[in-house]
Design a protein around this ligand. Structure first.
Ligand code: KG4
Ligand code: ZN
Length: 338
């Protein structure tokens, strides 16, 4: 506690970012340190779990020290320790969890486990001080694509999710096929701006009527087949056109299902979260559809879209003030359900 305010120290290590943050009253960021391993995993075209764990182990203490120092607080003044305990890579999660437990034990502070997706949603409370539940959330990242009904600060209900690849994964795979590099999402976002989204007609996969689930694995094959048939016909591939057309096919479905869910469930707010929430076309398309339906759209700035610990601290704070506590038996759960 500092100046009567509750302080949270949070740690996130579920994938390839080692992150720690100190936040005040759940929503004010005092520090938000992110050590990204993207440059290391780039050479392999994706995250290598064993390498990720090793780097978390090397970096985590420095990152936590830096977060406390930059926040200008002492460990004594911290009220709770928040940590991601799933879903994610088990070896990666364990490093953050062991560190959080060590701090909780040594400084005698309560430990609060956070669901990574809940954290992503909470990034919006940090960005938008006036935002309160209920609302509809679209969590869209390299590992997840979920439509989530957020009833209150601690109650979320998953209405739909991907049956195969996550949206970010589809972006990354298609970018690789197009020879764009890793991570592919931002690269497709950029190059698609110069392309024609109607140049290639990729299939929009809506699944059964009324379903809020997604399927993105077919589109990678669709792009591959298109490239192969064009090459066989001796035609040049227009990468910008293919990127724009792929993106249009994926986003048409995502936007229709998300806005449809909000309308059906009587929600007047949609909240975007996760790495793909940075996508400029997704924001534009959603904004347009939301305006038509009188829905207000919220999304975090890019630094709070990708993995960070500030969002985990926010989620931990709301569990803490609701009286929830975990103990040192808290375990990493790679496929943790929301
Ligand atoms: O949330 P995040 O940092 O990590 C996970 O929890 O997965 O999301 C990373 C994902 C990657 O697949 C990356 O390609 C994608 O988010 N991404 C984007 C954009 N920026 C990041 N996808 C599309 N457009 C973007 N601008
Ligand atoms: Zn994430």
């Amino acid at each position: 506690m500092k100046d009567g305010k509750i302080l949270t120290l949070a740690i996130e290590s579920s994938c390839d970012e080692t992150a720690a943050a100190v936040i005040s009253e759940g929503r004010d960021v005092l520090s938000n340190i992110i050590s990204s391993q993207i440059d290391i995993h780039k050479q392999y075209g994706g995250v290598v779990p064993e390498i990720a764990s090793r780097h978390h182990l090397n970096n985590v203490n420095t990152v936590v020290d830096q977060a406390i120092e930059e926040a200008g607080v002492s460990l004594d003044e911290i009220d709770l320790i928040g940590v991601t305990y799933g879903p994610g890579l088990v070896g990666a999660l364990l490093i953050g969890l062991a560190t959080a437990k060590a701090y909780a034990l040594a400084a005698d502070k309560p430990l609060i486990g956070v669901h990574h997706i809940h954290g992503h949603i909470c990034a919006n409370y940090i960005e938008h001080k006036e935002l309160e539940p209920p609302f509809m959330a679209l969590v869209i990242s390299g590992g997840h694509t979920n439509i989530v009904e957020v009833e209150d600060y601690n109650t979320c209900r998953v209405l739909g999710g991907t049956r195969d690849d996550a949206a970010g994964e589809a972006y990354d795979k298609v970018a690789r096929v197009l020879g764009l590099g890793y991570p592919g999402g931002p690269l497709i976002d950029k190059i698609a701006r110069e392309g024609n989204p109607e140049a290639v007609e990729f299939k929009r996969v809506f699944l059964e009527k009324g379903s809020l689930d997604f399927s993105f694995s077919g589109i990678k094959t669709g792009v591959l087949n298109y490239i192969n048939s064009e090459k066989q016909a001796g035609r040049e591939i227009n990468v910008a056109d293919v990127a724009a057309s792929f993106q249009a096919a994926v986003l048409d479905v995502i936007v229709a299902k998300t806005v449809g869910a909000a309308v059906d469930m009587g929600k007047d707010k949609i909240v975007l979260a996760g790495g793909v929430a940075s996508n400029s076309m997704l924001r534009e398309m959603l904004k347009k559809e939301c305006e038509k339906k009188g829905i207000k759209l919220y999304y975090p700035s890019p630094v709070l879209c990708t993995d960070n610990a500030a969002m985990i601290g926010c989620a931990a704070y709301y569990r803490y003030v609701a009286g929830e506590r975990d103990d040192l038996t808290l375990d990493a759960i790679p496929n943790l359900k929301l």
